[in-house]
Write a protein that binds this ligand. Structure first.
Ligand code: PLP
Length: 364
């Protein structure tokens, strides 16, 4: 029998979360962002849940090829544009739309040979200071692109640094608007946090670009939880108890003896460790479900195992179901965000870090 650990991708939940994003920005078309192999879910596994999107956004050309191989004929957007001159050939061949964020990318386009002019998304740096033209360079970049026979439609794009927090998007939006005011073309500005928190009449957005919300994690946790936004988990990481043990007061558990029992208790050993993608940084007390009942981890996470407190689940035994994040068989939910904060990180990192050795199944 294989080691009892498995991840499940929930197709209906992907569909549902995509609808949540759509309802939040009803006038916009929705890119489903599937970069990083669909945030660790696997593009091929998530695809069925995402085919209701208006477009697929990603940043790896190999992933774009995979999306086309799945039969997707709709828009595909390269969020970082091309990295190399030769990438433009694939853009022409696969009909990819691509971001243009720097002069070098315009230079590559200018010498690209294609029969099919490309649709491009001119990226404005409105304050994130990673990719994009400075506001005062936008007009000349637009003019240069507009003069190229290789370019068909030009859309405008920016990305927010603080859509999930108190700083918000107003300052960046003002910069974006001023830089693009009289330029024609469609606009796309919103990631998940902006889509959920800042969609409204003031926000001109023809396309929204939700990623994390589609995968059921709240972009602004802990201010809001996934339940607050009506989002459902799209990935469950589940394992089984492979041993139970009673320990006395004063007994320690695991490497470094970081946990010491202050009363006699029962613990369970779970077939999941950091080599499966469960963060080693999760301390004692990280929430976990055993047979759908909430309890906690005790002691350090090791490579292949983690130990849990079985006192709240007296009937638990070898073979009992342990939900590390996601949905248990009894319907109970442990949001990935709750586990992520215990490790000092975000749900994104946990999903993307699901290890290759974990078998994955797709469910309805
Ligand atoms: C990753 C990404 C998104 C999606 O961000 P989420 O926070 O996951 O919604 C949107 N736009 C760009 C440019 C991105 O790189």
């Amino acid at each position: 029998m294989p080691r009892p650990i498995q991840a499940t991708i929930h197709t209906q939940a992907l569909r549902h979360n995509l609808e949540v994003a759509r309802r939040a920005a009803p006038d916009a078309r929705v890119w489903a962002v599937v970069k990083a192999n669909a945030y660790g879910h696997g593009i091929e596994r998530a695809f069925d849940g995402l085919r209701g999107a208006d477009g697929i956004a990603l940043l790896d050309l190999d992933e774009a090829q995979r999306v086309r191989n799945l039969g997707w004929r709709g828009p595909v957007l390269l969020l970082e544009g091309v990295f190399d001159q030769r990438d433009l050939e694939l853009c022409s061949r696969l009909g990819l739309w691509h971001t243009v964020h720097c002069e070098e990318q315009i230079n590559m386009l200018a010498i690209h040979k294609t029969n099919e002019p490309h649709r491009v998304f001119l990226k404005v740096n409105s304050g994130m200071n990673r990719l994009g033209f400075q506001p005062e360079q936008v007009r000349s970049a637009w003019t240069r692109l507009n003069a190229l026979p290789q370019v068909d439609e030009i859309s405008l794009m920016t990305h927010f640094s603080d859509a999930d927090g108190p700083k918000g998007i107003d300052a960046q939006m003002a910069i974006f608007k001023a830089a693009t005011d009289d330029l024609p073309g469609e606009r796309t500005v919103s990631n998940s946090a902006a889509t959920l928190r800042h969609s409204g009449p003031g926000l001109v957005s023809d396309w929204v670009r939700p990623g994390i919300a589609v995968y059921g994690s709240a972009p602004d946790y802990p201010e809001h939880s996934s339940a607050d936004w009506g989002l459902q988990p799209t990935m469950t990481l589940a394992a089984k108890i492979i041993a139970t043990r009673a320990i006395d007061t004063g007994a320690s558990v695991g490497y470094g003896s970081t946990f010491v029992a202050d009363k006699p208790m029962r613990i369970g050993v779970v077939a999941c460790g950091y080599a499966d993608g469960y963060p080693r940084l999760c301390p004692t007390g990280t929430p976990v479900l055993v047979d759908g009942v909430r309890t906690r981890t005790v002691g350090r996470v090791s490579m292949d195992m983690v130990t849990v407190d079985l006192d709240p689940v007296p009937d638990a035994h070898m073979g009992s179901e342990v939900t590390l994040w996601g949905r248990a068989a009894n319907g109970a939910v442990l949001p990935i965000d709750e586990v992520a904060v215990c490790a000092g990180t975000v749900g994104y990192e946990l999903m993307c870090g699901l290890a290759l050795r974990v078998p994955v199944v797709v469910a309805d």
